[in-house]
Design a binder for this molecule. Structure first.
Ligand code: MG
Length: 391
């Protein structure tokens, strides 16, 4: 599809880290922002709505929607409430060349992803859980509607860009880079002692709390393997995870002739947003220049899946398939929430996720329907909560 650079965007999850960065890109590139959605932060959404002159806003939380109605009472911005409201807002926006940027956190992003594809709108996807939980369903729907999903995850954006050098049948494998997080090189004993504050200090990327913890445990990299398998239609065996501490090479594609094409830049999510909005064109930079002489050297190593077991659990989950990746995600969401409340530490977080996944594997891997995925998502959350409470 030709991109005139005149796309209008809907930003879902507009008060989160990626959402705010997306609005910064929209501001710097002059893209039109049509609509916003967020969970609870009505005050911030009201400010954003006025800055960008949006048509509509949706709040997932019903109380926050009421608050936003009051805050924007002097405008004609249409306010929607709840998850159904978010999906309805997407369907209601009329006009050509719309891109929905989904940067909602967690499994909550899945229904809006489906609503976007059903409405026939382009999807810039920062919500990796849409693909982790229901990758086959989402990709089949995109194919049926003739919509290309534009990845807004630095690694997948890098792969997407590197894939312009060859055809699908020429891909040998994907090299998915990982920063390794703040605990790279730690032993199991050292990892057992880390605190919430340690885990929130990511060395190279500026991100929200949930994904920062997932990066520290390598769960995020596991999700990204699953995401890559679905987005680029490769096998789990074709995805090699490489620890690359500098976060300069954002991933690469190795072709059948052993030529490897990579994408490099300073680590800044705004480039991923910009590329998704302007693809297949490139427009003047919103991020800083990369000075390789200052970076000096780039290093690569294998990940340690003994100390950080969740990457291995994720690869096994995508190999098993069905609803098992959704189970993994749900158990992890609950365990990370408990870690963020300082109820549990990392060894317990790993144990909860591994237990729930192994207990539900036999049933979940056979499940392919969306209803079944939501059922197993629920079940996994209940099991994970039980394990945390009985700790
Ligand atoms: Mg990433």
């Amino acid at each position: 599809m030709e991109n005139t650079g005149k796309s209008s965007i809907l930003v879902l999850g507009s008060t989160g880290s990626v959402g705010e960065q997306a609005l910064d890109v929209a501001h710097k590139t002059g893209a039109r922002v049509l609509a916003l959605s967020a969970n609870r932060n009505a005050k911030r959404v009201a400010e954003q709505a006025r800055t960008f002159g949006v048509r509509a806003c949706a709040m997932a939380d019903a109380e926050a929607a009421k608050e936003l109605r009051l805050l924007l009472a002097d405008t004609d911005v249409k306010i929607y409430s709840g998850m159904e409201g978010i999906c309805q807002m997407i369907a209601d926006q009329e006009g050509e060349d719309q891109i929905v940027l989904n940067s909602i956190i967690g499994e909550a992003g899945l229904k809006p992803t489906i609503a976007t594809l059903q409405a026939g709108k382009k999807l810039a996807l920062a919500n990796k859980e849409s693909l982790v939980c229901a990758g086959e369903i989402v990709m089949n729907l995109a194919k049926e509607k003739g919509i290309e999903i534009l990845p807004v995850d630095s690694e997948h954006s890098a792969i997407f860009q590197s894939l312009r050098s060859g055809s699908k049948k020429e891909i040998k494998r994907i090299l998915l880079t990982a920063s390794g997080g703040p605990f790279y090189g730690y032993t199991k004993e050292q990892l057992a002692k880390v605190t919430l504050a340690d885990a929130l200090a990511h060395p190279t990327w500026k991100m929200g709390a949930k994904i920062t913890i997932d990066s520290a445990t390598l769960m995020n990299k596991g999700f990204e393997v699953i995401e890559a398998v679905h987005l680029f239609d490769v096998t789990p065996e074709q995805v090699q995870v490489l620890v690359h501490r500098e976060s300069i090479m954002h991933s690469a594609v190795e072709y059948t002739d052993h030529s490897t094409i990579a994408q490099l830049s300073v680590p800044d999510m705004r480039l991923c947003v910009q590329y998704a909005l302007t693809h297949p064109q490139r427009t003047p930079a919103v991020i800083d220049e990369l000075d390789l002489t200052r970076v000096g050297s780039l290093t690569f190593a294998k990940p340690d899946t003994e100390t950080f077991p969740l990457l291995r659990v994720a690869i096994n989950a995508i190999k098993a398939g069905g609803a098992l990746p959704a189970v993994l995600n749900a158990a992890n969401e609950i365990a990370v929430a408990a870690f963020l409340q300082e109820k549990i530490r990392l060894p317990k977080l790993f144990q909860v996720v591994e237990n729930v996944v192994s207990n539900l594997e036999a049933e979940a891997k056979k499940e392919k329907t969306l209803e079944g995925i939501f059922h197993f998502d629920d079940l996994a959350r209940t099991r994970a909560n039980e394990l945390i409470e009985h700790y």
